[in-house]
Design a protein around this ligand. Structure first.
Ligand code: 3MF
Ligand code: MG
Length: 346
């Protein structure tokens, strides 16, 4: 059984990186895809998250080739005993999606995005996942007047409906982020995406993946966002990491910047039995560019360790004391009690 009894962890191959950033090139030797997948189990993880072109080498090739490569990936996963958690169409790098995919002004760009989404679904089916993650990276604006915002919402829902109708089993998970690469992203928060869920043809198959850093960039609290999504029974994955204030998306080790905020996320996930329906605790963490080749996976292992250590703290919180402090409205004492728990001094 998963959930409270045993959390399962996942990450995507992009979390093992060569250290390139927007200001400088690679600083570590590239590691090929199969080597990365062979590392997943070794590092203590069970699930793998994929972009479409992580699962196959390219999606801009004949369909037979995509099918062949996806089948090969399925064999690798089976041999490693790994579970493919989701496939995310990478709609933000291709020249056809410069102005976005589903909400682009150019009908040809929109058609490319829809076609690519269908391919992502085909890949997911072959490798054995029913989850499609949509990070609407370039669905938004730099210049406010460049798109019709109401039409953009209609187009987004139409795209999700197309996917739900293309495959009656697939589920769509929105990964919300308020900005970067766009100045203003459409669907910046959990609330935005959930309201879209209910406008689709099959709301039961549309939910969210919440990333810690993205909620912080929106000025929100990740644990509260997670609780809200779990009330809707729509928290189907998470990207745990950390973020130091309002700047670029840092993808830091879980708990590295704010241990209490990390505790709150573990607490809300544990209390609400996240994982009981097979959901993974996903990480989206980036190795520091300063890490040497042989140490460029410790951010993954350490994030999981922080989660597991905080889980012990969460379990030890005196529930009676918590209830009493809530009832007596002694929130100062409650705050101090939690701090002492985290410091191991309760
Ligand atoms: C962007 C992200 C991405 C997405 C991934 C899957 C690098 O800020 O967080 O990770 O999680 O592309 O949608
Ligand atoms: Mg992410």
């Amino acid at each position: 059984m998963a959930g409270k009894a045993a959390f399962r962890f996942s990450f995507g191959p992009w979390n093992i990186s060569d250290g390139a950033d927007v200001f400088g090139p690679e600083v570590r030797k590239p590691i090929d895809k199969t080597k990365k997948i062979a590392l997943v189990k070794k590092l203590g993880f069970e699930g793998v998250q994929f972009h479409d072109d992580d699962a196959v080498s390219s999606v801009d090739v004949p369909h037979d080739q995509i099918v062949k490569e996806a089948k090969e990936m399925k064999k690798i996963l089976d041999a490693e005993g790994l579970v493919p958690e989701f496939v995310a169409p990478r709609l933000w790098e291709h020249p056809n999606t410069i102005d976005g995919g589903y909400t682009a002004n150019d009908p040809k760009a929109r058609e490319y995005a829809l076609e690519r989404s269908r391919k992502a679904i085909d890949i997911a089916n072959i490798i054995g996942s029913r989850n499609i993650v949509l990070w609407p990276a370039r669905e938004g604006v730099y210049v406010n007047e460049s798109k019709d915002h109401k039409v953009a919402s209609e187009r987004f829902v139409a795209a999700v409906n197309m996917m739900l109708e293309y495959d009656k089993n697939i589920r769509i998970l929105g990964e919300m982020k308020p900005n970067e690469p766009m100045d203003h992203a459409y669907l910046p928060t959990t609330g935005h995406f959930l309201s879209i869920c209910y406008k689709t043809v099959d709301p039961k198959r549309v939910g969210v993946l919440i990333e810690t850093a993205h909620t912080i960039l929106a000025g929100l609290d990740p644990a509260i966002e997670m609780g809200f999504a779990m009330y809707h029974e729509k928290l189907w994955s998470v990207h745990l990491n950390d973020q130091n204030g309002l700047k670029f998306d840092e993808d830091r080790v879980f708990g590295a910047m704010n241990l209490k905020r990390a505790f709150d996320q573990v607490f809300v996930l544990y209390e609400n039995d996240f994982g009981a329906n097979g959901e993974f605790v996903g990480l989206d963490v980036k190795s520091l560019r300063t890490q040497k080749d042989d140490a460029a996976t410790s951010h993954l292992v350490n994030s999981k360790k922080v989660f597991m250590d905080l889980l012990e703290v969460v379990k030890k919180v005196d529930r009676k004391k918590l209830a009493d402090l809530r009832a007596s409205r002694n929130y100062e004492e409650l705050e101090y009690y939690i701090i002492t728990c985290i410091m191991g001094r309760a």
